[in-house]
Design a binder for this molecule. Structure first.
Ligand code: FMN
Length: 244
């Protein structure tokens, strides 16, 4: 349809990178694009830590559950929700800074929107990316390593670099299971899931030469049958965020 949509439709996460750093102008373009993302009421409630120190990258790779590509990628960015800057300016204006679950959400969303702009900018330069939520396995260690102040927490990292693999596209849910016209249609969702379970099983069979035959429903059930990262609430509260 057009080159932007073609780029978006061709996204796949990259988990193997050539050991090449990004050119300074590539990095600048990616970070500039991230900053131009939409942001709630222009609050810009996020910060990005560009991790260039090889030892720090190695440490973060371990923190993320030994994800080697964190160390190997040309650039590793950590996107943080940041209310500290807003508290400073509010207090400098002589006002009390009020925060709650809404501002926590705003800051986390701002970080995600900036990150997705960075991802698209990087892919448009022929680079590959992979989000790294694994850093939330031990968020306090990541926070210490990056010296994040109060009211700043790491939402996720992102590997960016020159791809050294060409993985196949990962199929998504059928549109009917995600997009509704005027009102939510639960029947369409259930039908879409059935279809997607088959698509996913085929995808895994093809990718693993028949070794894995896993439906989407099964893999989601495996993921959610126990609480996922229950330490996150106490962690963000320890960083000063109020979830009222
Ligand atoms: C917030 C977020 C966190 C993620 N964390 C990880 C991660 O820690 N490690 C990883 O290999 N992939 C991670 N991913 C990548 C997803 O697994 C991937 O986007 C998804 O399976 C769809 O595949 P695709 O990106 O190749 O289309 C993450 C993606 C997002 C959006």
């Amino acid at each position: 349809m057009n080159s932007v949509i073609d780029l978006l439709m061709n996204h796949r996460s990259i988990r193997k990178f050539k050991p090449e750093p990004l050119a300074p102008e590539q990095k600048k373009a990616i970070l500039g694009a991230a900053q131009m993302a939409s942001t709630s009421s222009n609050v810009q409630a996020y910060s990005i830590i560009s991790v260039t120190d090889p030892l720090l990258k190695k440490e973060l790779a371990e923190f993320a559950g030994n994800q080697a590509y964190v160390e190997q990628c040309g650039l590793f960015l950590v996107f943080c929700a940041d209310l500290s800057r807003l508290r400073n300016v509010t207090e400098n204006c002589g006002e009390i800074f009020h925060q709650n679950t809404e501002s926590f959400l705003v800051a986390s969303l701002d970080a995600a929107l900036a990150a997705q702009n960075a991802a698209i900018a990087a892919e448009s330069l022929g680079l590959g990316i992979c989000y790294i939520g694994g850093i939330r396995n031990v968020p306090h260690k990541v926070s210490e390593a990056l010296r994040l102040p109060e009211l700043v927490y790491p939402v996720f990292g992102m590997c960016i670099g020159v791809p050294d693999q060409e993985p196949s596209l990962r199929p998504r849910l059928p549109m009917q299971a995600v997009v509704h016209e005027n009102a939510y249609d639960t029947g369409a969702v259930l039908e879409g899931i059935q279809e997607y379970d088959e698509t996913t099983r085929r995808y895994y069979r093809e990718r693993t030469g028949g070794q894995t035959d896993l439906s989407w429903s099964r893999s989601m059930a495996d993921k959610y049958r126990l609480p996922v990262r229950p330490h996150i609430k106490p962690f963000v509260e320890s960083k000063g965020f109020k979830l009222d």
